[in-house]
Design a protein around this ligand. Structure first.
Ligand SMILES: [Zn+2]
Ligand SMILES: [Zn+2]
Ligand SMILES: [Zn+2]
Length: 463
């Protein structure tokens, strides 16, 4: 009888990877990507000249022990790449926070502008199981004394106490009563409904003031940042920060009459009136609409700027997978039966494929977005003047990385000298190879811990 090995095949593969001659350099590159789970391998070269066309530096992947350079995938979804989604979440957090507190090019006075955190919900397309909690106790799902049954002979009541993580939550009480066509058409039009809302909101202000849109724009501007979130029932919600600025954006104060209650009323009125339609379908927001003021500091009974920035950043890294579906496109109808999704999500996906064949919905790209349960909008969007951009935050990081790389290679600082860099790159593959998973996971944890320590340190300094 042979002794069972202490080492799993995964550990043996990791040990083999570590024995390869390029390992040290490879590990350095993985560290530079932050522990990206699906890094991209590039081959090529980069030449840096000064203004007199004198060559300052030549970098060739051919000279690397690995033969390639790794770059991070940059995916925002935690389900695809934990490392890159962490970076995305951080950037989104700072983007939102600078729109609430100032900083990163936004004046600090912006914190005095009226602003709210609003949640726009979807209407109901049929009863679903839900986790109902009251005073910290889980309550029965849908208690009914009279024990009614629907036309399909199924009970309309449910006495089960579902916890938050119960897989039943969000699933219909009766799949035949549930309006699947309505649900996917709502998702498909939610982005357009939001767009109409953002256009109609200034019109609401103008109407109440009795001025034209152009006259309004001379004293007031609206800024927003919004993010989509999938609910367990497979419908999208939008969470948004909506802010009032002066005519020049965040730098100018809005007029005195523009207060938080005025903004709250205008949002409610506008949300109640906008709609979008398709054959046999009329899309409006659900009746539940929360519009809360955002305070400068968080407290137990106040929603503060840090918490709002945290919420939006968290939602921004999630996708439709939180509604029990898959995070990539579905090529063929035949694949749907085999997908690892909830039965509810599967029915929504089938409904997307089904409606896509109906000429009435030829304009609605349901098939392509079936994996998103019909939603085709962006996960996070913001108006131009809200704050800084993700691109600007990425540039700061890229510059920092370039500085570090220059130091490592012992190159002088460019100083005032104008330099020109030309490069030529080709895609040489993506993802991890044999024995690399364990190392990448370990490096990602190290990077995350280092970041956590850095955050703690900064917090202690601030106190
Ligand atoms: Zn990545
Ligand atoms: Zn139930
Ligand atoms: Zn039924």
């Amino acid at each position: 009888m042979t002794e069972p090995s202490l080492f799993t095949p995964e550990i043996l593969a990791a040990a083999q990877r570590a024995a390869m001659p390029d390992f040290t350099r490879w590990r350095e590159m993985v560290r530079a990507t932050g522990g990206c789970a699906q890094p991209i391998r590039l081959q090529g070269h980069r030449i840096t000249f000064d203004s007199g066309l004198e060559v300052l530096d030549v970098y060739r992947t051919r000279d690397e022990p690995t033969g390639y350079l790794l770059t991070s995938c940059g995916n925002r979804r935690a389900s695809r790449c934990p490392a890159c989604s962490e970076v995305y979440r951080d950037d989104t957090y700072h983007l939102i926070l600078s729109g609430l507190r100032g900083g990163k090019g936004v004046p600090e006075d912006v914190s005095a502008h009226p602003r709210v955190f609003a949640t726009f919900t979807a209407p109901s397309f049929g009863a679903v199981h839900s986790s109902r909690q009251k005073d910290g106790k889980v309550m029965p799902c849908r208690p009914r004394r009279d024990g009614p049954v629907c036309e399909h002979g199924r009970p309309e009541a449910c006495g089960v106490r579902h916890g938050d993580d119960d897989g039943q939550v969000g699933q219909p009480i009766c799949v035949d009563c549930y309006d699947y066509a309505g649900a996917v058409l709502w998702n498909a039009h939610a982005g357009e409904l939001w767009r109409r809302f953002t256009q109609a909101l200034p019109a609401t202000f103008a109407r109440h003031l009795g001025v034209s849109r152009a006259a309004l724009r001379r004293q007031l501007r609206l800024s927003y940042a919004k993010v989509a979130e999938y609910q367990a029932r497979g419908l999208v919600h939008f969470h948004a920060v909506i802010r009032l600025d002066g005519p020049d954006g965040p730098a100018g104060s809005p007029p005195g009459w523009a207060t938080v209650p005025v903004l709250q009323d205008a949002i409610r009125e506008t949300a109640g009136s906008v709609m979008v339609s398709a054959p046999g379908f009329l899309g409006r927001w659900g009746t539940q609409l929360d519009v809360d003021p955002i305070y400068v500091a968080d407290s137990l009974d106040h929603l503060g700027d840090l918490r709002v920035a945290g919420y939006i950043a968290k939602y921004a890294t999630k996708g439709a997978e939180s509604a029990g579906t898959v995070d990539r496109p579905i090529r063929q109808l035949g694949d749907v039966a085999r997908l690892k999704v909830t039965e509810h999500a599967r029915r929504m996906i089938y409904t997307c494929f089904g409606l896509a064949t109906d000429p009435a919905y030829a304009e609605v790209p349901l098939r392509h977005w079936a994996h998103m349960l019909g939603y085709r909008g962006h996960f996070s969007t913001k108006s131009r003047h809200f704050s800084t951009t993700l691109g600007a935050l990425r540039q700061v990081r890229a510059d920092h990385q370039a500085d570090k790389a220059r130091e490592r290679r012992g190159l002088p600082e460019p100083g005032d000298k104008q330099t020109v860099t030309v490069g030529q790159w080709r895609f040489a593959g993506a993802g991890l190879r044999h024995g690399e998973h364990l190392w990448v996971e370990m490096i990602r944890n190290q990077v995350a811990t280092a970041r956590q320590i850095e955050r703690e340190r900064r917090r202690n300094q601030a106190d």
